[in-house]
Design a protein around this ligand. Structure first.
Ligand code: AMP
Length: 360
């Protein structure tokens, strides 16, 4: 268990690292940010910084000497970087989790091995394998690169006419998986945390709406049956325990309504081994935010109370939407968060606003 005043090393300097550092500071924990690029959002709010490539072993050694534990704000940290650091300081969540979540094929196999449902999938190593996979899974189906996909990048919907070889080439000709199309009623996520000694706490279920493949809004609580909500949290727990996870994770799921009756079924889409955009509402509408929860967990501290204190709607401010900041400041119930990014770009997450209606 670290003492207040200890330093948490964070790989990545984006808004997630920024909000982690801010939450840590409230508890007297310092953050040292490691990022290959300068001018990142987290640099405004951290105690120490290293700007160096993830492959720079001398910079990594210095970083390891200056921090007490290492964590990360994104899952595409190179495996070699995580292993190098893990030989010097505790890395939480453990690097094995990175290997699982960086590869959609390994991730789906892991989830299925726990008896949890995913979309049907097939390993697609080349265009020939794609033709066989489509013959089995049918259309529509979704071709996704195994690695480095996010916000809808690295994936293609295969409809009736699409030419398979062309689609495979358009994704770069890299190893892919084909997923059967899940006819979901809604998308939800479970944001949860597990501590060093195995305690587990989940936030209430988040209901997520995407626009142009980027998360647009999260509404909490999600509207779903209480049994389904309990099952969703149970799924996240099973995954966290099987991965010997420490920290906050998010499990994205599809909610499928069975045609007959009002049965609901959950299908796991993706695991994010980090704090997650759909958990941003917890800063303003939960007793402990996901960022504080993660810092507590990686410091070896007890988890905080994850109860919600009101109904929350989080809206991302993407690109030009951030220009509405002045107007939002005057709105009732609006909690504004801006990430300090100098340049507005289309599709760039500039900030978010959470509207909270406190419970009576
Ligand atoms: P992902 O990058 O896997 O999170 O996918 C991005 C978005 O594409 C998801 O949020 C869904 O809206 C959609 N999607 C991904 N996989 C499937 C699937 N197997 N069936 C239906 N929709 C999907």
């Amino acid at each position: 268990m670290l003492e207040p005043g200890a330093t948490i090393g964070i790989l990545g300097g984006g808004q997630l690292a920024r909000m982690l550092a801010m939450a840590g500071a409230r508890l007297g924990l310092k953050s040292h940010i490691y990022s290959p690029t300068a001018n990142e959002p987290a640099f405004d709010v951290c105690a120490g910084q290293t700007i160096a490539a993830y492959e720079d072993e001398s910079a990594l050694s210095h970083f390891a000497e200056r921090v007490d534990v290492v964590t990360y704000e994104f899952e595409n940290v190179p495996a070699a970087t995580a292993d190098f650091l893990a030989a010097r300081k505790p890395v939480r969540p453990n690097p094995k989790v990175l290997a699982l979540t960086q590869d959609r094929l390994a991730e789906k196999q892991f989830v299925q091995s726990l008896g949890i449902e995913t979309a049907e999938f097939a390993d697609v190593a080349d265009a020939g394998a794609l033709a066989r996979a489509v013959a089995r899974l049918g259309r529509p189906s979704i071709l996704k690169t195994r690695r480095f996909g996010y916000d809808g990048k690295g994936q293609a919907l295969l409809q009736g006419g699409a030419d398979l070889a062309t689609t495979f080439r358009a994704l770069g000709g890299v190893p892919c998986i084909l997923e059967g199309f899940v006819p979901f009623a809604k998308e939800i996520s479970v944001v949860a945390a597990r501590s060093v000694d195995g305690a587990f706490r989940a936030y209430d279920i988040c209901e997520n709406a995407h626009e142009h493949h980027i998360l647009a809004t999260t509404t909490v609580p999600a509207s779903l049956r209480p049994e389904t909500a309990a099952q969703a949290a149970q799924i996240a727990r099973k995954i966290a325990e099987a991965a010997d996870y420490v920290g906050v994770l998010a499990v994205e799921m599809f909610l499928v309504k069975e045609k007959a009756g009002d049965e609901e079924k959950l299908v796991v889409n993706e695991i994010a081994p980090r704090v997650h955009n759909s958990g941003h509402w917890t800063i303003d509408a939960a007793l402990t935010s996901q960022f504080e929860q993660h810092m507590r967990a990686v410091a070896g501290w007890p988890l905080g109370d994850a109860r919600r204190i009101g109904t929350a709607i989080m809206r991302n401010l993407i690109g030009e939407e951030a220009k509405r900041w002045r107007e939002i400041l005057e709105e009732d119930g609006a909690c504004l968060h801006l990430y300090g990014k100098a340049e507005i770009r289309a599709g760039r997450k500039m900030g978010h606003v959470t509207y909270v209606v406190p419970d009576r």
